[in-house]
Write a protein that binds this ligand. Structure first.
Ligand code: 2SA
Ligand code: GDP
Ligand code: MG
Length: 430
């Protein structure tokens, strides 16, 4: 199977001895999310033993399409769909997924922070307070939960499974703090504590100290795949702050989220949608508020998996990708949704920015600067042919091949897969 060969190749390229075959492969969103990470993970999970999420929460929405059935994953790693994979989860909410036999294959980190209902309420209230300056969050409580973590009064899975009186005391302190900040917040402390006590027993069998678990797995030569959620441009430090999520969704989040050392990371695969989308507020230099934007949105079914919001669409932005490539150090690229461009006679690709009339060689840190950059476009000819049935690179229309080569050249990184449809089978391996 192609995926199987690919995994062996991935390890083979960097690792010439068997002792090095135990490096984790990381899959990261290279733009503003929804690049098709679920699909990329599904391709590579066929040969993985363990698939881990390392940051974020159920704000994420990853899709895998198998034989026409769409599976949506928010918190669970998409790789759990592969019956061979053990899934390692970082953040737990009360969301449940009805996947067959997942019980035997789910591992939850005892260091994971708990997203409480009060965090979700606070997320909604903060967005309301901001009015026209809202961030467009998913209102899943991600920002408030990461704030609690940084304030150091967050509660973790190990608290939940430890002394329940201690957990209850800490929960009360958290509630009091949130009620001071949000007087309208409603929390039925007794009812919630009763509920969390039940949850504690339900999740207890899955909870593990995952740092050692992963360390041992890597030492035993198990194949570990890390499924990044959200994307580099939403990274709290390197994204378009403040229009970002609250986690590190670039490569750093793998280290802080999983506790693996840099030497344990092998390949870093950047998932790049063949055009750009963004859901939520914030600057978007190549956004198209015209018919072409509508075509991309409609043909690409660009709706949020978690919130059902329409995604904003625009041309591929290589200036942005060069920046996320610097931060993440992609060793290869998985291009998705090339087929969505099939009907366009002309395609624009942004290769750089002008700021205040001057070409710049960096990615602006300030959202206000990014909002006013002028994209420099290269116009390329479309291919006006369906690529959906294509399964080998040489069968792609010449202009589509050129498009892929342009991405490779600009990012100085090989494209190893091209998605030409939502289904598991719709992939061209290079
Ligand atoms: P949050 O909720 O605090 O993480 O929101 C902050 C910003 O991060 C964006 N964000 C996302 N962007 C793309 N996809 C995400 N997952 C869902 C999906 C989104 C959805 O797969 O479609 O359903 O709307 C995701 N999660 C967070 C968010 O839009 C804010 O801009
Ligand atoms: P993720 O969050 O990065 O996993 O991406 P989402 O699941 O939020 O959004 C990607 C959407 O594109 C999903 O509906 C996928 O099924 C779909 N998709 C992924 N790759 C391709 C592709 O190559 N072609 C087409 N047409 N759809 C794709
Ligand atoms: Mg998504």
């Amino acid at each position: 199977m192609a995926t199987c060969e690919r995994i062996h190749q991935l390890n083979g390229v960097v690792n010439s001895s068997s002792s090095l075959s135990s490096k984790a492969t990381v899959i990261l969103g290279a733009q503003w999310g929804d690049e098709g990470k679920g699909k990329a993970v599904d391709q590579l999970a066929a040969e993985a033993d363990i698939v881990c999420r390392c940051q974020g929460g159920n704000n994420a929405g990853h899709t895998v399409v198998i034989d026409g059935t769409k599976f949506f994953f928010h918190l669970l790693p998409s790789g759990i769909i592969n019956s061979k994979c053990t899934a390692v989860l970082e953040l737990e909410t009360n969301e449940k997924k009805g996947l067959k036999d997942w019980h035997d294959r789910l591992v939850i980190s005892d260091r994971a922070h708990i997203v409480f209902d009060l965090h979700q309420q606070a997320d909604g209230m903060q967005e309301l307070e901001k009015g026209s300056k809202s961030l467009g969050t998913t209102k899943k409580g991600i920002g408030p939960t990461y704030s609690s973590k940084a304030t150091r009064n967050g509660l973790r899975i190990c608290d939940l499974l430890g002394d329940y009186d201690e957990f209850s005391k800490k929960f009360n302190i958290l509630v009091e703090q949130y009620q001071r900040m949000f007087p309208l917040l409603k929390v039925d402390v007794d009812a919630e504590l009763k509920l969390y006590k039940e949850f504690a027993e339900r999740i207890r069998p899955y909870v593990t100290e995952t740092v050692t678990f992963l360390h041992k797995a890597l030492k035993e030569g198990k194949k570990v795949l890390v499924e990044g959620a959200n994307a580099a441009m939403l990274d709290i430090d390197f994204g378009t702050y403040p229009y970002v999520t609250s986690s590190n969704c670039s490569v750093g989040g793998v280290f802080t989220g999983l506790g693996v050392a840099p030497k344990s990371i092998g390949e870093v695969i950047g998932v790049v949608k063949a055009y750009t989308t963004r859901v939520g507020d914030g600057p978007f230099p190549t956004e198209l508020n015209d018919d072409i934007g509508c075509i991309l949105q409609t043909r690409g079914h660009e709706y949020g998996v978690t919130t059902k919001r329409k995604r904003r669409c625009g041309w591929l932005d290589l200036a942005l990708l060069k920046f996320t490539s610097i931060v993440n150090g992609y060793t290869s690229i998985f291009v998705t949704k090339l087929d969505i461009l099939d009907t366009l006679s002309e395609i624009k690709v942004c290769t750089g920015y002008r700021l205040d009339g001057k070409k710049i060689d960096y990615f602006p840190s300030h959202a206000a600067d990014l909002a006013k950059v002028e994209p420099i476009y290269e116009i390329v000819e479309g291919w006006m042919t369906s690529t959906e049935g294509v399964r080998s690179f040489d069968k792609l229309p010449v202009n589509a091949q050129k498009y892929i080569k342009m991405i490779e050249k600009n990012l100085e990184t090989p494209v190893k897969w091209v998605g030409v449809g939502a289904g598991r089978e719709s992939v061209v391996s290079l």
